[in-house]
Write a protein that binds this ligand. Structure first.
Ligand code: ATP
Ligand code: MG
Ligand code: MG
Length: 367
């Protein structure tokens, strides 16, 4: 079976690396200007120049499945390809998740909680809105936002107005005073089978994920089950196929959904070392109609992102598994990650902390 991945970044790379040992073949669609270095040597790369889906499908050698590596893709292309071979997750699912307002309306429509939010534009009176939704206000573009880009935090009524332009849609959310950030990696196969990984605890630095710990420590009673119920509601409503990630805030013992990612996720990279079946393999099983693999964590795991830095010398991190994405070094860029496992959580946290201090000595620890 041949899987065409739309996108050539590290997620495409790790999907292929998980699927090749299972006998799957891969090819990749590069968007104009995209550097395919992360998928070099893993399958043919075809650049999409904007031609009709059928022409692209032929140039790719008529793959059996398509899977988008990211949510910001042209819907017309996904719909066109879906008439030739299944696109999983479906273009409809991607459409929901690629637009924040659509996504939040959809989540709330299923009775699931998000931060209070409202559409905004350059005319919005921020002081009034902040009083209604709660300070700080997070103003976000509805599309093309990731790693905290196209996003502004207004701490109070004194904050300068965000530089919104007339061409894009935006929304504002009330700030959630969360205790911590969690995520749930969920997966549903084309046959309707579902599985969920243990909740993961995530630490961000300047809007970018830096470290994940799994399973999340000291979870309130029933929280894993509540997260799985939320995910089930979403997966079934969308008739979703593949991995879906829920980014969550834990606040006063409850869960609030921050956003969804219709794909494998950075906060699920620990599953490469800490689980019998990694998120990449389960995504491929889901989209090719195979039974899902076990999502149990076999040991406490940590993932540390390499943001604009090389991995430490091997002798300094003998227990870490290095995943390097083959991308040119650039400040703050996700170049790779390290996975760690340990027999107990305390030991793991100490090792992860030591690594963070080595990698980012200019900052004190993970904050
Ligand atoms: P990603 O790279 O995860 O796609 P993104 O650019 O889509 O990021 P968000 O996930 O919406 O951005 O926000 C980035 C971070 O900002 C969150 O992980 C959280 O730390 C903080 N944040 C965003 N919205 C809120 C909110 N309403 N209340 C509190 N913190 C928030
Ligand atoms: Mg996002
Ligand atoms: Mg996010």
């Amino acid at each position: 079976m041949k899987v065409a991945i739309i996108g050539c970044g590290q997620l495409a790379r790790m999907l292929a690396l998980a699927g090749i040992p299972r006998g799957l073949q891969f090819c990749f669609v590069a968007l104009p200007g995209e550097d395919p270095a992360p998928v070099e040597g893993l399958g043919e790369v075809v650049v999409w120049y904007g031609e009709e889906a059928v022409a692209l499908y032929r140039r790719l050698g008529e793959p059996d499945r398509f899977t988008p590596e990211r949510e910001q893709l042209p819907l017309g292309l996904l719909q066109g390809l879906n008439r030739l071979a299944p696109v999983y997750p479906s273009p409809e699912s991607v459409a929901i998740c690629q637009h924040r307002q659509r996504e939040k309306s959809y989540i709330n429509g299923l009775g699931l909680p998000t931060a209070p939010w409202q559409s905004v534009d350059a005319q919005t009176h921020w002081a009034t809105l902040g009083t209604q939704l709660g300070w700080p206000l997070f103003v976000k573009s509805c599309e093309q936002g990731y790693d905290g880009k196209n996003q502004w935090r207004l701490s109070d009524e004194e904050a300068p107005a965000p530089p919104l332009n007339g061409e894009q849609a935006y929304l504002a959310e009330g700030g959630i005073a969360f205790e911590r950030e969690l995520s749930l990696i969920a997966v549903r196969s084309s046959g309707g089978e579902m599985a969920f990984y243990p909740l993961t605890e995530n630490q961000h630095h300047q809007g970018i994920l830096r470290c994940s710990l799994a399973p999340a420590s000291a979870l309130p009673e029933g929280m894993q089950e509540r997260a799985e119920q939320m995910a089930t509601r979403l997966l079934e409503a969308m008739e979703y196929v593949g991995v879906l990630t829920l980014e969550l805030f834990e606040v006063a013992g409850e869960l609030v959904i921050n956003e969804l990612a219709p794909r494998v996720h950075n906060s699920g990279h620990w599953t490469q070392s800490g689980s019998a079946t990694c998120q990449f393999e389960n995504h491929l099983r889901a989209i090719t109609g195979l039974p899902l693999g076990s999502t149990q964590a076999h040991s406490p795991s940590a993932m540390v992102n390499l943001l604009g830095v090389h991995p430490p010398r091997p002798e300094l991190c003998p227990n870490a598994k290095v995943h390097w994405y083959n991308k040119a070094l650039r400040e703050g860029r996700k170049q790779g990650h390290l996975n760690l496992t340990a027999s107990d959580t305390h030991q793991l946290q100490q090792q992860a902390q030591a690594l963070l201090e080595q990698l980012y000595p200019q900052e004190a620890g993970a904050e």
